[in-house]
Design a protein around this ligand. Structure first.
Ligand code: NAD
Length: 259
């Protein structure tokens, strides 16, 4: 029987784009991809944070390019993919991770502006990124995309109804696009984190410090995730190691959705 060659875990020679890479999960992923040998394109609205992430990658001996990009603007996302290809020649993997949270409010208390803001970044932003990335990957005949959804894309999230709707939409787009492009050599998956120790979580706890213990305890593991734990899952989904995985929503949640 022919022995299957072990698939490569390194990203040497790969070009990886990460959005929302100026902090939190995106920064941890960008740095981890850089350590694994990838040429990393760091994309974010934050110029200072984006440059800082790129500098961390370079300090670790990696290659990085920062591109300022607001994922809600089609022209900026198209330019982001164009710059990636102009600079590094191709786009192998994309981690569409930029997203914003919702202040805790029951559904009937939220207003229209909040709905539009969250949908714009989390849904339209993810769609635009996939749209332009897939156009490039179709030319290459290969690619791997990972979207950051959330456990709030898998189950309900009381007091975060709009955020939950936005992340369920990310899951729906991920599944659909995965099926559409499966025969074109493009795999598309999502990571669904539980609560992660990032600036986003810090802002939520600043607003409601008393929720911290309760929030920890919704995870059977009794703790929050560290950003690198989400980055590791995204890297596995981007890598050749997951070559038969597409349309999958990988919960990285300390058991939250198991109960
Ligand atoms: P964060 O706020 O710490 O970082 C998000 C980054 O995205 C920031 O650098 C921000 O500048 C950038 N960003 C926001 N809007 C943008 C836009 N329009 N265009 C480009 N960049 C933009 O958040 P995080 O906790 O690292 O979250 C990253 C992703 O993970 C988000 O999609 C979030 O919904 C998801 N998530 C987070 C948690 C958590 O507990 N932290 C849990 C589940 C899912």
């Amino acid at each position: 029987m022919a022995r299957e060659k072990q698939k490569d875990t390194s990203f040497e020679g790969k070009v990886v784009l990460v959005t929302g890479a100026a902090g939190g999960i995106g920064r941890a992923a960008a740095v981890a991809f850089g350590r694994a040998g990838a040429c990393v394109v760091v994309a974010d609205t934050s110029v200072d944070g984006g440059h800082a992430t790129a500098a961390m990658i370079v300090e670790n001996g990696g290659k990085a390019l920062f591109v300022q990009c607001n994922v809600t603007r089609a022209a900026e996302v198209e330019a982001l993919v164009d710059k990636t290809v102009a600079y590094y020649g191709k786009l192998d993997c994309a981690f569409n991770n930029a997203g914003i949270e919702e202040e805790h409010l029951p559904l009937a208390e939220a207003d229209e502006a909040l709905f539009d803001r969250i949908m714009n970044v989390n849904v339209k932003g993810t769609w635009l990124c996939m749209k332009y990335e897939i156009r490039q990957m179709l030319k290459q005949g290969s690619g791997s995309i990972v979207n950051t959804a959330s456990v709030a894309g898998l189950v309900g999230a009381p007091t975060q109804p709009i955020y939950a709707a936005s992340k369920h939409a990310v899951v729906g787009m991920t599944k659909t696009a995965a099926a559409e492009y499966a025969r074109e050599g493009i795999r598309i998956n999502s990571v669904c984190p539980g609560v992660v120790n990032t600036p986003m979580m810090g802002r939520a706890l600043e607003r409601e410090p008393l929720r911290e213990k309760k929030l920890r305890n919704v995870h059977p593991m009794g703790r929050f995730a560290e950003p690198v734990e989400i980055a590791n899952a995204a890297m596995w989904l981007c890598s050749e190691q997951s070559s038969f995985v597409t349309g999958h929503q990988l919960a990285v949640d300390g058991g939250l959705t198991a109960i």
